[in-house]
Design a binder for this molecule. Sequence first.
Ligand SMILES: [Zn+2]
Length: 285
Amino acid sequence: MRTRWLSILMAVIILATTLTGCAVEVFIDTPRAPLTVHVLDVGQADSILVQTAKKSMLIDGGNRADADGIMDYLRSQGVKELDVVVATHPHTDHIGGLVDIVKDFPVAQVYMPRVAHTSKTYEDLLINIKNAGLKITPVKPGLTVELDSGIEAVFLAPARSDYDNLNNYSAVLRLGFQNTSFLFSGDAEAEAEEEMLASGFDLSSTVLKVGHHGSNTSTTSEFLAAVNPEVAVISVGADNSYGHPSEQVLKRLEEADIRVFRTDIHGVITISSDGLKLTVLTDRS
Ligand SMILES: [Zn+2]
């Protein structure tokens, strides 16, 4: 039955092509939304793919062992090149996989906060970025990245260059598309959240990637109230030794009536936007 419909569909497409003389887009299943955000299941780490019709952006690359799985996932989604790679901050659970990804996958641009780290993983990443002929664009508040017409990401943090805690150097992005928006907060903690609140930037977002794997050092009540999301996503490993996500943060999200999706429970979380509404798909229910 499906084959028959498919041949009818193909016949219509061929006819349409013949009549109009131009190529017709073929959607075998549902058409791809103009914006899709994939929160990958990389355990106690972060890796997020943002896809538009024109560009692909990867925010963080999980731990070192996650590189191959992430590149397989990118290929499975038809990504041939990463136009933008954002390394939110130099901790291994965010940049680990990027070490091999910048070496083995075509990458056009790399954004990182201006902060050094002495770890081998960080040094390897810098070497591979250089060997790939790439330059690092330092992140600063107000810097924008256009992914498609009307789909733009704005960096909101880091605001300073003298934090004691590496997490507070996290590059934070707000991605907006018409009535929908996403806030990717890396591992930014209360201090950085407070500065974002004071910055005057619009923080309100339909979807919040909860900071620092749901740790209670992030997602203060004030910050959550300003973001005011409908959906929260937590990238976290099952039975991790940090006790993430914290009960306090989960309670705060629940009290604010926010739908919570977690990679340890739901696997890969895919959120599509047509500019007006969101569609959430998960690997596991
Ligand atoms: Zn982390």
